[in-house]
Design a protein around this ligand. Structure first.
Ligand code: KG4
Ligand code: ZN
Length: 340
């Protein structure tokens, strides 16, 4: 076996974070993220503004990642980049940059599926972190996706459930908007939920067959509920904000856990890993830890820096593909609807 050190540069630009990371043999040397604050005032990501910001950020972010890692471009063995899914304009910036860099350095170019990366982030080499054994169930929960995936091997993944409308992150963000919270509202709802009563208000869970999810009905139910209450008491939101947030979070976590229970009973697999922005949520993390003693599951919760979009997860997939010599060629294009 070769003992040569492998340096991989990962580049992520699928949505509103421009990120670059350098990994040495799967271990992080640097992990830099430039988030785009510009979208906050619009209450959501504006695609055209996102791609412009990526163009401004990409060179300084990659430069910073190399500097922090203490490596130069000539040390790199490969450049890995997010091919999709994501916003086309955003993806194009990272894709073009990665292609040119790999071409100029005459090193392999490696395409990465962003959703696979959220799952394979669990394989970043970290002291004291237990990696999930194959097969395991992964639940990717973010602002753009909600999927349950059966993972039989690094690149043998099957989507066994997904949302038929909104993603779970959107359920948090849109509920937050109804309550007058800023964008993205997920972290704020989480913070307030810790101070409120989760059983103060009851929202009906959607009835969707099998392992699929639906969140748009919940958003509408919350909207009608709040409108009705505010009619009776204009101060309703202000006076009950923590309880409303706790109740919303309790309902959403309940929906996620119900589907996971079904996935475990259908597959017989009880190793559960989560990924994506919503995997930072304290409610789902607590529920999964509790399920260890309650149901005998083993749960794998990513470190907070790997929950939201980052390039270390892109670089680890690059490292895994590099070992198999699965390279892309210069004809590769960004793919906004790339599937697992
Ligand atoms: O994975 P991500 O950074 O971007 C993509 O959507 O791909 O996820 C962002 C989403 C947003 O909807 C945000 O509100 C949500 O993750 N989020 C949270 C928390 N932290 C981030 N939702 C609930 N609780 C949190 N602590
Ligand atoms: Zn993501």
């Amino acid at each position: 076996m070769s003992l040569k050190n492998t340096y991989i540069l990962g580049i992520e630009s699928s949505c509103d974070d421009t990120a670059a990371a350098v990994l040495l043999n799967g271990e992080i040397l640097s992990n830099v993220v430039a988030s785009q604050a510009i979208h906050e005032s619009y209450g959501g990501v504006v695609p055209e503004l996102a791609s412009r910001a990526h163009q401004q950020n990409i060179v300084p972010v990659v430069d910073q990642a190399l500097q922090k890692a203490g490596v130069s471009t000539t040390d790199l063995d490969a450049v890995a980049f997010t091919q999709g899914p994501g916003l086309m304009g955003s993806l194009l910036v990272g894709t073009s940059f990665a292609k040119s860099l790999a071409y100029g350095l005459e090193i392999p170019l490696i395409d990465v599926n962003h959703m696979q990366a959220h799952i394979l982030a669990h394989f970043i080499e970290e002291d004291g972190y237990n990696k999930p054994p194959f097969p395991f169930i992964a639940m990717t929960i973010s602002g753009g996706h909600t999927q349950i995936v059966r993972v039989d091997d690094y690149f043998k993944m099957t989507v066994i459930g997904e949302t038929i409308d909104d993603a779970v992150g959107e359920a948090f963000d849109k509920s937050g908007k109804i309550l007058g919270l800023g964008y993205p509202a997920g972290p704020e709802i989480d913070k307030r939920a810790k101070l409120g009563n989760p059983k103060a208000f009851k929202f009906t869970k959607p009835k969707v067959k099998g392992l699929n999810f639906s969140f748009s009905g919940l958003k509408t139910a919350i909207l009608y509920f709040v409108q009705k209450q505010v009619k009776e008491n204009p101060q309703f939101i202000k006076e009950n904000l923590n309880d409303i947030c706790a109740s919303i979070q309790y309902t959403i976590v309940g929906i996620l856990m119900d589907k996971l229970k079904l996935a475990v009973s259908e597959t017989g697999i009880n190793h559960i890993a989560i990924g994506g922005g919503v995997s930072a949520n304290s409610g789902i993390r607590y529920a999964l830890k509790k399920a260890e003693s309650q149901h005998g599951w083993t749960s794998y919760l990513p470190a907070f820096e790997f929950t939201t979009d980052n390039a270390a997860m892109i670089a680890i997939v690059g490292y895994l593909k590099f070992q198999k010599k699965q390279y892309a060629d210069q004809s590769i294009m960004a793919s906004s609807r790339l599937k697992i």
